[in-house]
Design a protein around this ligand. Sequence first.
Ligand SMILES: Nc1nc2c(ncn2[C@@H]2O[C@H](COP(=O)(O)OP(=O)(O)OP(=O)(O)O)[C@@H](O)[C@H]2O)c(=O)[nH]1
Ligand SMILES: [Mg+2]
Length: 308
Amino acid sequence: MRGTALFNLKKTLKRSRESWFGKVKNLFAGHKIDEELWEELEQILIAADVGVSATCQIIERVKERAEREKLKDTGQVYAAIKDEMIAILTECSVSDNDKTEQNGNGPAIVLVVGANGVGKTTAIAKLAHMYKKEGKRVILAAGDTFRAAAIDQLKIWGDRLKIDVVSHQPGADPGAVVYDSVRAATSRGHDVLIIDTAGRLHTKSNLMEELKKINRVITKSGGTIGQSLLVLDATTGQNGLMQAKHFTDAVGVNGIILTKLDGTAKGGIVLAICGELKMPILYLGTGQDLGDLAPFDAKGFVEALFAS
Ligand SMILES: Nc1nc2c(ncn2[C@@H]2O[C@H](COP(=O)(O)OP(=O)(O)OP(=O)(O)O)[C@@H](O)[C@H]2O)c(=O)[nH]1
Ligand SMILES: [Mg+2]
């Protein structure tokens, strides 16, 4: 991970480190390796939002390794905890997380879904900014037609970034917006099309049906989804994991953007996502500005979580 990115992540994870992960280091200072140590470690990890599944996985793996390698020194066990966390995060990550290669003549399509208020529209602006800096021609689709303000919000980002936004009137069929955006992106030769979607409709089942329909419309209009990204808000902790299942069933999510990591002491949620959802985290949202999006890197993340 590059120097500044690591520095920003260290800053972002300050609260998680001070509240929880710093305690792991203290726990090992002057403690012998016994059952009490494992129990205290378990309590800290659960409180840090690591989740039951990932916590058990970490402890089992470290215990096994401590026995196999006959580790006596608590410093070695402490290092093993970090190694196993990196291993868990690496196992659920993907080596090639850039699926924004174009599809024939059409654009690479990125569909962004998630519950209301988690940070979808902001994440779309950040992604658009990132792709633009890479020299890609980006276009946005205002697929959240449920709230008039949602369309305006995306248009404001479009103006700021000097990027086209395809939109219809509030209350219009999102499928029609998506259809037009795929056609527009194809005929105007855009490289990447990013589609915003609603986070809330009258009922949850309406929302899931709408997302399924958007999926079908993309195929009908000649496009293929490169990435379906689920946005989760780190401050909602374990509740976010419950939401994930509905979205996964509706659109077959292939990666996660975890936002608002700067606003929580529960950075451990990253391990819970990997442990329970087995889905790769592709980006971290670390603030409200355009540059506050960090590509996820397992080693850099764990280093920042335990940094002194
Ligand atoms: N601190 C912080 N705030 C964020 C981050 N990402 C988004 N936000 C803020 O969260 C709020 C909601 O963000 P939106 O992007 O509007 O969320 P959304 O998912 O599009 O919301 P709906 O369209 O209502 O479903 C805004 O005030 C954003 O500035 C982040 O990484 N860090
Ligand atoms: Mg939005």
